[in-house]
Design a protein around this ligand. Sequence first.
Ligand code: XIL
Length: 332
Amino acid sequence: HDSLSHAASRACKHIDIGTAVLPQPLQAESLYAATLQREFNAIVVEHDLKWGPLLGEGQNDLNDIKCLGQYDFTQADIVVNWALQHDKKVKGHVLVWHVTSPPCLQQLTAEQLREHLQRHIYTVMGYFRGRIRTWDVVNEALAPDGSLAENIFLQKLGPSYIEKCFRWAHQADPDAVLLYNDNKVEAIDTPKGDAFYHLLADLKAKQVPIHGCGMQGHFNAAGTGRNRPPTPRMLKQQIRRLGDLGLTVNLSEVDVRTSRLENPVLETVAQKQIYHDLVVAALSEPSCDGIWLWGFSDKHTWVSHFYYDDQPLIFDEDYQQKPSYYALREAI
Ligand code: XIL
């Protein structure tokens, strides 16, 4: 049975063909696990390796600073251990992201926050050392206009928090591959895409230990709004100049929403065109070392929980290949 990862190895492309994974369906649905095993060579934990979830978000009171010492790796380990037992590479997502940080951080002084942030990075990378070598260190530090996003880390620690996090991550595991991850940065000549490039160029110029970057790739097939996909040429040029900085580049969270379109036939054509054309463009650049989907079956897409019912992925709710699956496999 041919597969996405076989397509990559047959083409002698040593690239990650990855997807985000949830522990619940991994344990409960044999088709979920079988599809994962067959199609992908790399796994990223979709949610359970973030700061809040690791502190028992939903069970513990994350408004109480006592929570900061109570790590529970059970859910993350379900995914990480399955991946390693099935010879899949694991990417750690994500050490520092204001969106899923415990709210009690607000109560800390700047010095206490710096200490807890460093301790979090050491604790998590130390726990997974030897099992997870590639890490999204910081996620979504840029605002839509390309300035640094106003989050608690910027407010209390200043702009240098980003380089501090990379230096701490490097100290925690000098062998680790350290990545910066962001969204809507996939094209040149856009405020955020240019800011992404300049942020990374600045970190490299300061000899910050950073090895690569992830561009999330949450697109919509309607070609409108905030998730408008780049043209293949704009994407290729963005990857080219990032590669020229000596960075690897991956598409880290690809999904292609369709529900803004009214016509099911048009949706299918538009979606598979994007999966095909943007992956061909990305993989045409030697610095692109991975294509990661944010889930693989429409049954478990985050889009339908967070936004509106949608079918942005490459397998349908019954784990049957969609036209976008074949378009993606052809692109690899
Ligand atoms: C999302 C997950 O898919 C959801 O399950 C979770 O509830 C919230 O986070 N950008 C990111 C990802 O970097 O971590 C987010 O994942 C989607 C947006």
